[in-house]
Ligand binder design. Structure first.
Ligand code: SF4
Ligand code: SF4
Length: 335
């Protein structure tokens, strides 16, 4: 089962409501970045190169909760930077849960141990732990020895305490399918409730510019890898239609308004990967972003992108586009 049943139902009902209202563009997941600071310097990171005066800033809990209300997405992914470095992260998480939203708290887990037992244990909260491969690969990508061991210990402890935990995994160009397979086999006995997968996005500011997948290679890689996922071998935390897209079996256009990004800088145009200016309000973002300029067919910076923030919402829209698609999607989810 790729997504929690409650979340799938909540998101499905939300999509129907939007369709009944006749909305053409609506958000599914708010990408909230309440700070850009981090205690790591990963080689592929495009967030931590901001100037010091921006890195010092923390978004207030009130601002975070207001942004969630303003956009109305049923799911919020809290990223950054490292969210656990935010002095009021507990208040932010609890406030979003009190609003009834599904919250994914993305973390590199270096500080997670001290939050376990304090963060609420609820199906509405998922701890999404950054793990880019087995020990040697992960520690090289995050450029810090020992990080893998800390993350794995934190996952084990979180699972014992009853938290829902997923791993968030980005593959770089030099990862082989065999390595990815070994890594995914490792996550299953670890007890994670699913793995989110991505191929690394070429951030213009990332220190390492040489190890990014092209679009063709992404599809080949995931096709080979995901074709080995038989009889529940791995739990992948994505919708079946998005996984089909990653395998190269569905040709989707990007719908970045499905995953709007809000950070200390404002509402980022058009998505959290590209930096094409900011809007002050969600309404301004929706009305003033030239959406048609983006997507792999339309913009050179989007050419290799297959990211969930652009294409998972397209897959969700497709999965609810007809009765036939709904049945196919539900069948794939429960198979
Ligand atoms: S843990 Fe995340 S935010 Fe921190 S440096 Fe790595 S990729 Fe960037
Ligand atoms: S294709 Fe990727 S980078 Fe371009 S707008 Fe969509 S999500 Fe953003």
């Amino acid at each position: 089962m790729p997504l929690p049943v409650g979340q799938a139902i909540k998101v499905g009902l939300y999509i129907f409501k939007q369709k009944l209202k006749g909305r053409k563009r609506y958000p599914l997941v708010l990408m909230l970045e309440p700070l850009f600071r981090c205690n790591l310097e990963c080689i592929g990171c495009g967030k931590i190169q901001k100037p010091n005066e921006i890195l010092k800033q923390n978004m207030s809990p009130e601002d975070c909760l207001k942004a969630a209300e303003e956009c109305g997405a049923p799911v919020v992914s809290i990223a950054g930077g490292e969210p656990l470095m935010h002095p009021q992260i507990q208040e932010i998480v609890e406030g979003l849960i009190a609003q009834g939203r599904y919250v994914y708290l993305c973390t590199n887990a270096l500080l997670l141990d001290s939050f376990l037992g304090k963060l609420p244990v609820t199906p509405l909260l998922t701890l999404s732990v950054h793990l880019d491969g087995l020990e040697e690969v992960h520690d090289r990508i995050v450029d810090h020895k020992g990080t893998f061991k800390v993350a794995v210990e934190a996952i084990r402890k979180a699972k014992k305490l009853g938290y829902r935990v997923t791993s968030a995994t980005t593959f770089f160009e030099d990862t082989t399918v065999a390595q990815a397979e070994k890594f995914l086999d490792f996550t299953k006995p670890l007890g994670v409730d699913g793995v989110t997968l991505a191929s690394a996005f070429r951030y213009p500011d990332a220190p390492d510019q040489d190890h990014f997948f092209g679009r063709k290679r992404t599809f080949e890689f995931f096709n080979e890898l995901l074709s080995k996922n038989k009889n529940g071998r791995w739990d992948i935390n994505h919708s079946p239609f998005y996984l089909d897209f990653l395998k190269g079996n569905r040709d989707y256009d990007c719908t970045p308004w499905g995953n709007p990004n809000y950070s200390v800088l404002g509402w980022q145009k058009p998505c959290y990967l590209l930096d094409e200016g900011y809007a002050e309000t969600f309404e301004e973002l929706m009305e003033t972003t030239p959406w048609e300029k983006y997507g792999h067919r339309n913009h050179p910076k989007c050419a290799d992108c297959t990211a969930h923030c652009g294409y998972e919402a397209t897959a969700a829209e497709d999965a609810t586009a007809s009765f036939k698609n709904m049945i196919a999607s539900a069948k794939a989810a429960f198979s």
